[in-house]
Design a protein around this ligand. Structure first.
Ligand code: OGA
Ligand code: NI
Length: 342
C-alpha cells in the first residue's frame, strides 16, 4: 500500500528520484489546450440531421482519432455523482482500500500504482489506478470495491448508461464508414473501467502521469474535470480542454484496423498538476480478450483501391503482443500495429 502515490505524496516538496523521468520522457514545453478538437453535440435537434452528426464524427475520427461529446444522454447528475463517489474512494483510509489493493496490475479488480509492472519499471508514473471489468454486471460486480457502500449500485447504473452512449456512437461511426448495422457488436463486448487518480505533484515538469500510448481496444470514453490529457498529432502534443459533463471519446487500435486504416487510433498521455489532484473515469470497449474473437478489416472497406491493410487475427494474441510491447524498455521502435500490417 505504501506504493500508492496517493499514500505518500501529500505535502511532499520534491519529486522522488524514481519518479523523475529522463529528459526525453518529460512533458516538455508548455502545451496549451487546443480549440480545434471537435465537440459533438448529440442533442436531438430538428435542425440538424443525422448525416451531419455522422460526418462530424467521421471527420474527427479521421483527423484526430478523438473528439468530445456533449448532451450524450448520461445525466449531469450521474456524471457528478460518480465524480463524488471516486473522490470519496481515493480519499478513503488505507485500510478501506486494502480489499482491492494489489502490487501489480492484475486481471480482477485491482487498485495498483504507476504502470503495468511496478517492480520492473526503471521510473514510475505519478498515478494510482482502480481497474475492473464492468459488463455484464452480474458477472463482475462481485469483484468491485465494497466501499463506499453505494459503489456497486451507483457504478452499475453508470456502466449501463455509458454503454448506451457507446453503442450510439459506434452506430454513427459504422454508418459513416458504410458498414452494416451492428458491425461492432461482437468486437465491443468487453466493457471495463479504469479510474486514474493523479495526486498533485510538486514539479509536473519532471514527472508523468501516464506515458504516451494508444489504447489497444476499440473505443474509449473518458470523463474528467481537470486538465491533464494530451494527444500527439503532427509531431506535437496538444491539450484537451476538460468540458464539464462531456465525454472524451478516443479511438483505439481495433477501430483503426477494422476501418482498414480509414480511422486513426490516437496516441495520448496524461500530465500532472502542482495545484490540483485529477481523476479520470475511463470506460473501455473492445473485444472480449478471454473469448476467441477474430478481428479484421471490414470487408466493405477492402476494395481494389483500398487493399486490405491489416491481417485477420485473434484479439487475445493482439493483447498479448501489446502488453509485451508496453513493457519493452524505451526508446521503442515501431508500434504495436506493425506486426499486423499486410
Ligand atoms: C487510459 C488513459 C488518460 C487519463 O487510462 O488509458 O489514457 O487522462 N488515461 O487518465
Ligand atoms: Ni489511454
Amino acid at each position: 500500500m505504501a506504493l500508492l502515490v496517493s499514500s505518500w505524496s501529500n505535502g511532499i516538496q520534491s519529486v522522488p528520484k524514481d519518479y523523475v523521468m529522463p529528459p526525453e520522457r518529460r512533458p516538455g514545453d508548455f502545451v496549451s489546450v487546443c480549440n480545434e478538437i471537435p465537440v459533438i453535440d448529440l442533442q436531438e435537434n430538428p435542425n440538424v440531421d443525422r448525416s451531419q452528426i455522422v460526418q462530424q464524427i467521421l471527420k474527427a475520427s479521421q483527423e484526430f482519432g478523438l473528439f468530445q461529446v456533449i448532451n450524450h444522454g448520461v445525466s449531469a447528475k450521474m456524471m457528478e455523482d460518480i465524480r463524488v463517489l471516486y473522490d470519496e474512494f481515493f480519499n478513503m483510509s488505507i485500510d478501506d482500500k486494502l480489499g482491492v489493493y494489489s502490487e501489480t496490475f492484475g486481471t480482477g479488480c485491482t487498485l495498483y500504482t504507476s504502470g503495468l509492472d511496478y517492480a520492473k519499471e526503471d521510473v514510475h508514473y505519478w498515478k494510482d489506478t482502480l481497474k475492473h471489468r464492468s459488463y455484464p454486471l452480474e458477472e463482475h460486480t462481485p469483484s468491485w470495491p465494497e466501499k463506499p457502500v453505494r459503489y456497486r449500485e451507483e457504478v452499475g447504473k453508470y456502466v449501463v448508461e455509458v454503454r448506451k452512449v457507446a453503442f450510439k456512437i459506434l452506430d454513427l461511426i459504422g454508418e459513416g464508414l458504410g458498414l452494416k448495422e451492428g458491425h461492432f457488436i461482437k468486437v465491443s463486448q468487453e466493457q471495463a473501467m479504469a479510474i486514474n487518480y493523479y495526486p498533485p505533484c510538486p514539479d509536473p515538469s519532471l514527472a508523468m502521469g501516464i506515458g504516451g500510448h494508444t489504447d489497444p481496444n476499440l473505443i474509449t470514453f473518458l470523463q474528467q474535470d481537470q486538465y491533464g490529457l494530451q494527444i500527439h498529432k503532427d509531431g506535437k502534443w496538444m491539450g484537451i480542454d476538460p468540458i464539464p459533463n462531456a465525454f472524451v471519446v478516443n479511438l483505439g487500435y481495433q477501430l483503426e484496423i477494422i476501418s482498414n486504416g480509414k480511422l486513426k487510433g490516437v496516441e495520448h498521455r496524461g500530465v500532472t498538476s502542482s495545484t490540483a489532484a485529477r481523476t479520470s473515469i475511463v470506460t473501455f470497449f473492445g473485444p472480449d480478450p478471454i473469448l476467441p474473437v477474430v478481428v479484421e478489416p471490414a470487408k466493405e472497406l477492402v476494395t481494389s483501391n483500398t487493399p486490405q491493410m491489416f491481417k485477420s487475427y485473434q484479439y487475445n494474441n493482439f493483447i498479448a503482443d501489446y502488453l509485451a510491447y508496453l513493457v519493452k524498455p524505451l526508446p521503442r521502435t515501431g508500434t504495436p500495429l506493425d506486426p499486423y500490417r499486410l
